[in-house]
Write a protein that binds this ligand. Structure first.
Ligand code: SAH
Length: 352
């Protein structure tokens, strides 16, 4: 069995390389190839000797090389790419690259599937299969780094907002973010990282204990208890009022503003009363609202509100001095809502 070296710390890398007879100083060189140059083929690492390359190829693998791209969808404006990645164990996850005017940002998945069973979401259609490892999360970023390296660019923002509930895979998610933060990898500021949760309070509290300026996003989506429970069963265990309190404590501890995500679902949570209620909960908080016009998932029968209804909702929030933005539609033509590409792919496979 070959050892996969992707995601090892430099000390760990040193150890495994030396155990196969390589010199200690090679670790630093290989580390640089992997994480500063996004080069994953040993044979392309020019400063290694032929003999070393042969040892490396015989004994080690590098995760991004072991991942296959099962599907790729690029938005018509060329700014968003979504990949369906085939992992070595046969599972698949989605990951999205967005090109903004301020740089490249990646939306990574944290689990294969999801157990949260949100009624509008495609990721949880079949439950969670397993957690992703830190290396698998880092690899999602580096597969894109490899693609943009010809432009001398690297991903500068990561949002953990793909499939899965990151707070239920806390150690791997934090491990991945810490790795990307290192000076000798992406050197990405924690301020450019965001974790999005459906409201797992112990996870929010653990994140607060970390004392890192990582952004917190909370998927709120409804502010009436019955409605939220019917849309997001997690609300039974962690009622949204308590979630808002935990998020507020997080923001106070670290000085970071919390983003509340609110999917607008036609005739479900998009009324003026809902907007007023939402304003009441968030008034005087260090918070902003990101409104997401629903990406309809065919299986679930939700619709997107009209443009007028969306504008009406924003107007109420603005009147109440709640900072609100409507999410830019970067990927409507590429099944960009969580899990939609994977679900579609699985369906196609079933038909075969
Ligand atoms: N489990 C985490 C992160 C993954 S979901 C969380 O709940 O925050 C990322 C975001 O996409 C969440 O806000 C989720 O509610 C939203 N989302 C899921 N399905 C969607 C859909 N069909 N249309 C629009 N947004 C969706």
């Amino acid at each position: 069995m070959k050892i996969d070296i992707f995601g090892l710390t430099i000390e760990e890398l040193q150890e495994v390389l030396v155990s196969k007879g390589l010199k200690k100083f090679r670790a630093k060189q290989i580390f640089q190839w992997l994480y500063q140059k996004s080069v994953f083929d040993f044979s392309a690492m020019h400063n290694l000797s032929k003999a070393d390359i042969a040892i490396l190829e015989e004994n080690f693998t590098v995760l991004p090389r072991e991942i296959t791209i099962l599907r790729e969808q690029n938005s018509s404006d060329g700014l968003t790419s979504k990949l369906l990645l085939g992992l070595p164990d046969g599972n698949s996850v989605e990951t999205v690259l967005m090109h903004h005017d301020y740089g490249y940002s990646v939306c990574v998945s944290s689990q294969v599937g999801c157990d949260m069973r949100c009624a509008f979401c495609a990721s949880g259609l079949k439950g969670a299969v397993r957690n992703l490892s830190a290396a698998e999360i880092i690899a999602q970023v580096y597969l894109f780094n490899e693609r943009i390296r010809e432009h001398k660019q690297m991903v500068s923002r990561v949002v953990v907002m793909g499939s899965g509930e990151p707070m239920l895979n806390f150690d791997a998610v934090l491990g991945a973010l810490d790795f990307l933060h290192r000076e000798d990898t992406c050197f990405m500021s924690y301020r450019n990282m965001t974790i999005s949760t459906c409201g797992i309070i112990p996870g929010i509290n653990r994140l607060a204990e970390q004392g890192k300026p990582i952004n917190l996003a909370v998927s709120l989506h409804a502010v009436r208890n019955d409605l939220r429970t019917s849309l997001m069963p997690v609300n039974k265990g962690f009622p949204f009022v308590d979630v808002i309190a935990a998020a507020e404590a997080y923001s106070e501890a670290g000085g970071r503003q919390v983003t509340y995500e609110y999917i607008l679902l036609k005739d479900k949570n998009d009324s003026v009363q809902d907007a007023e209620l939402l304003s009441n909960y968030l008034r005087y908080k260090h918070a902003s609202v990101n409104l997401i016009p629903a990406n309809p998932v065919p299986e679930q029968g939700f619709e997107r509100p009209s443009k007028a209804a969306i504008e009406r909702f924003v107007k109420v929030l603005t009147k109440n001095r709640i900072n609100a933005t409507v999410r830019k539609e970067m990927g409507k033509d590429i099944d960009a809502a969580c899990g939609q590409l994977r679900a579609k792919f699985a369906k196609e496979q079933e038909k075969k």
